[in-house]
Write a protein that binds this ligand. Structure first.
Ligand code: ZN
Length: 317
């Protein structure tokens, strides 16, 4: 928690610096649209996976600012004055709706003018799963599961939507956006092939996860998720539920319990100890992996690593 608080203050500094830079370098018209002299778009993205997609597609033609401060839990994010200013001063805001970050949705609904707001959960080809019924009911409007980014094929659907929106907002750059989109679709397709190849012939198909982030990944690769906490990591189980999870995990032949890089490990360790399993990292990619896993890490490398850890943990062929 101390680490998160420390990062929060660093982020405030970074955000204010980037606002300063944006103010110096861009000449935007009073309605927020780019002028003929400045084709560069300023784009806001709600958290790491969306930010990564937008940067990959936008390249140098756009400036991207994340709304979730470094190290801060993205679920139920509360916007501060600086991130509200980022929303106001952006041309386009990409976000995930369905109650993932209600404060972001509220800020976008309240604006009288300003950025085009794009809910990527409504992108063509993104089919939402219901949130698990047992946990997290209160935190989700409509009870839909927002964790679509953990299925590379749904990342492809969102990438197509982002490229279409950016091309419409800056038509002179559309060739660049489409080229970047195609390269990204190929990388995500290769990742999907790799995961399909890694996660097959497993001794168990149950992944015990720290929070309920992996339903889309489980659906894509034929797995069953047994989550220790809810859709939001704040939805904690009571001792009886924890006992039940351990019993279910044991019955499913689980030998590895997964934890996440930025969440407390205690619950994963408790379940693992109860059933004599080991623990291993499985990233939900809700935090910038360059900051929290290591330099050079990105969505692609961490998902590839997730596939290897699942294959090892489930003893796949
Ligand atoms: Zn989550």
């Amino acid at each position: 928690m101390n680490r998160i608080a420390m990062h929060r203050s660093m982020v405030a500094l970074l955000v204010s610096t980037s606002i300063g830079l944006a103010a110096c370098s861009s000449t935007t018209a009073s309605d927020g649209a780019p002028t003929a002299d400045s084709p560069d778009l300023s784009v806001a993205a709600n958290f790491y996976p969306v930010e990564w997609l937008v940067k990959e597609i936008g390249g140098d033609a756009i400036s991207v600012t994340g709304l979730t401060p470094l190290g801060e839990e993205p679920h139920d994010l509360i916007l501060n004055a600086q991130t509200r200013e980022v929303i106001e001063s952006s041309n386009v805001v990409f976000y995930l709706g369905s109650g993932f970050q209600p404060d972001v949705e509220k800020a976008l609904a309240q604006r009288s003018q300003g950025p085009e707001a794009v809910d990527l959960l409504k992108a063509p080809g993104v089919v939402l799963l219901d949130a698990p019924a047992d946990l997290g009911k209160e935190s989700l409007a409509g009870n839909k599961d927002p964790h679509v980014w953990l299925d590379p094929t749904l990342m492809q659907a969102m990438a197509k939507e982002i490229a279409a929106v950016l091309s419409k907002a800056a038509p002179s750059q559309s060739g660049e956006f489409e080229k970047n989109r195609d390269a990204l679709l190929a990388s995500l397709g290769a990742l999907d092939d790799e995961l399909q190849g890694a996660i097959r012939g497993c001794l168990t198909n149950t992944i015990v996860t720290s929070h309920a982030a992996f339903n889309y990944l489980a659906q894509r690769y034929g797995l069953i998720q047994l989550a220790i906490t809810g859709i939001s990591p704040d939805d904690q189980p009571d001792p009886a539920t924890l006992q039940q999870i351990a019993a279910d995990a044991k019955a499913a032949g689980v030998t590895t319990v997964f934890f996440e890089e930025q969440l407390p490990r205690e619950l994963s360790e408790t379940v693992a100890m109860e059933i004599g399993a080991r623990i291993d990292l499985l990233s939900a990619l809700e935090f910038d992996p360059e900051e929290f896993i290591g330099p050079g890490q990105s969505y692609l490398t961490v998902m590839s690593d997730n596939g290897k850890r699942i294959a090892a943990g489930l003893q796949c062929a």
